[in-house]
Structures are given as structure tokens and as C-alpha cells.
Design a protein around this ligand. Structure first.
Ligand code: BGC
Ligand code: CA
Length: 275
């Protein structure tokens, strides 16, 4: 199984955080500091400094910077800072996602990718710490029906699994995770389909691996480049997996890919201003 290159997509340093909102695929170049929009062709929606992630919200997009969470209104293109976090100099935000109640879970990483100086935070009205000792925070996703949160700290090469309180939007306890150390690369971004299967991007591993609810690897979607960073379901039937990639040291990678899947995905949840 092979994903197809979207030829019109520009080559990015670190393509990431794909989100499907109302018929448009949004994604970022973290290090290039840009938000892109794709619906047949790609345009730059917003330029800033580092932009590690985006999530939908009722009237636009919420995005991360090195140390803050901001709101971009898509009609007025006005940016407003929602939260600023006091982070050490070697730490920046990385991936972020919202649960069904509208809480944003966004994590941080050590820029040198070696020390566990990052954390996973939850943002509703304020900043709260969910997990400590994280090196590269990635891949948060929920199976709300099964009351589970999945999470990745990339260098640990494991998908962490938590029982999740879907009323309080809090993790309850950690269960046995899914060891992915036998696969090439490290796990990065991930998404979930309507049957609860996970689709995990492997940075350095040339593809996306599908895991069922028992944690068994079911199939690999090969992507023609090494650094596969994240994926999201899109199109009207939510059956197309859009895949972001990053450039490798030989200058390959960084474009968008797509793959037609048999099972549809679930919509991304939006950030809600919780007061
Ligand atoms: C980070 C990268 C990192 C990669 C692989 C990404 O989410 O933004 O800096 O190299 O994960 O762990
Ligand atoms: Ca990532």
C-alpha cells in the first residue's frame, strides 16, 4: 500500500499538524513558521515564528508558538494570545489536539531531543500539567467511546494508553502501552478511525502503521520519504488520509501525501473557550 504525493504541495522543513476543517486541509511548517491551507492548491494562510500545531475552534484556528497558545480568526485574520507558558529556553511547544469537550492538550519538547524537560499540558481556562518528564510530546488522540487517551513521547518508542474520564477530561490511570520499538523510526503524530484503529506516523520509518484496538499492527501505508510526521482523515467521506512529512538530511521529504482508506476517520475536535 502506497500513499500518493500531492505534487502541488511545497517542500517544507517540518510539515506537521494536518487538520480537516469544512472541506479544507490546514497544516503547518513548524520550523518555517507557517500555516498552510490546501483544497486543490496550497496557499500560505499565516506566517509567524515557530508554529508547532493547529487545532480548529468555532471561528477559526488555535495555534501554538514556541511558548504560547494563540487564536487566529479566519474572517478578520486577527491574532489574540490565549495563554503564555513560562518555558525553559531549550523547550518549545510541539503537537496539540482537543478532546471532545473542547480542552486543548498540548505538549512541549526539548529542542535538542535528548532531555525529558517537556510536559503535556491541558488548557481550558488555565494551564494545567497532565504529564511530566516528556522528551518529545506527540500524537495525542482519544477513543471517546472506549474512554481511552493515547499519547506518544517519541523517543520512548511506545504508544502510551490511559483510561480517560470523558466527563472531567482527565486521565485516570495508565494501562499497558503498545511497544513499537520493532518498527523503523520513532512514532510521531497519530489519528484514529471510526472503528478505533490507530494510524501512527513513523518519523524515520517511511510510513504510517495501522494498529487495531488490541495494539496489533494491521498494515503499513508506505510514504516515499523517510520522515513521516502526522496524518488526518479528510474529504467529504472522511476516507482520505492526508499525510505530512519533513525534509531529511539529503533534502528529500517535506511534501503532502494522500491515501484512500477503506474505513473512514473521525472529525477533529475543536477548542472551546471554557469559562
Ligand atoms: C518534532 C520534531 C522531531 C520529530 C521526531 C516532531 O513532532 O516536531 O522536532 O524531530 O517529532 O521525533
Ligand atoms: Ca509531531
Amino acid at each position: 500500500m502506497k500513499a500518493k504525493l500531492i505534487r502541488s504541495s511545497p517542500q517544507l522543513k517540518l510539515g506537521e499538524s494536518p487538520v480537516w476543517i469544512d472541506g479544507v486541509l490546514y497544516y503547518v511548517d513548524i520550523l518555517g513558521g507557517k500555516i498552510y491551507a490546501y483544497n486543490g492548491s496550497v496557499r500560505v494562510l499565516y506566517s509567524g515564528d515557530v508554529i508547532p500545531f493547529i487545532v480548529p475552534c468555532s471561528d477559526g484556528i488555535v495555534f501554538g508558538t514556541r511558548d504560547s497558545i494563540r487564536h487566529l480568526s479566519l474572517d478578520k485574520m486577527i491574532v489574540e494570545t490565549l495563554f503564555t507558558v513560562n518555558l525553559p529556553g531549550n523547550v518549545r511547544f510541539n503537537d496539540g489536539k482537543c478532546d471532545k469537550n473542547g480542552f486543548l492538550f498540548a505538549g512541549t519538547m526539548d529542542i535538542n531531543e535528548t532531555s525529558p524537560s517537556g510536559k503535556l499540558y491541558r488548557f481550558g481556562t488555565r494551564e494545567e500539567t497532565v504529564l511530566n518528564d516528556i522528551t518529545i510530546s506527540n500524537g495525542t488522540i482519544w477513543d471517546f467511546e472506549r474512554k481511552i487517551m493515547y499519547y506518544i513521547d517519541s523517543p520512548r518508542r511506545k504508544i502510551r494508553v490511559f483510561d480517560y474520564d470523558t466527563d472531567k477530561s482527565m486521565i485516570i490511570s495508565e494501562k499497558q502501552g503498545i511497544d513499537v520499538s520493532s518498527f523503523a523510526g520513532v512514532p510521531d503524530g497519530m489519528t484514529i478511525d471510526s472503528e478505533g484503529n490507530l494510524y501512527v506516523a513513523f518519523y524515520g520509518g517511511n510510513g504510517i502503521i495501522k494498529f487495531n484496538v488490541e495494539g496489533d499492527a494491521m498494515k503499513k501505508i508506505f510514504v516515499g520519504v523517510k520522515n513521516v510526521t502526522s496524518c488526518i482523515f479528510g474529504d467529504d467521506d472522511l476516507k482520505t488520509i492526508y499525510i505530512t512529512t519533513a525534509s531529511d538530511k539529503n533534502g528529500n521529504g517535506g511534501h503532502l501525501y494522500r491515501f484512500k482508506n477503506d474505513v473512514p476517520g473521525v472529525e477533529s475536535s475543536s477548542f472551546k473557550f471554557i469559562s
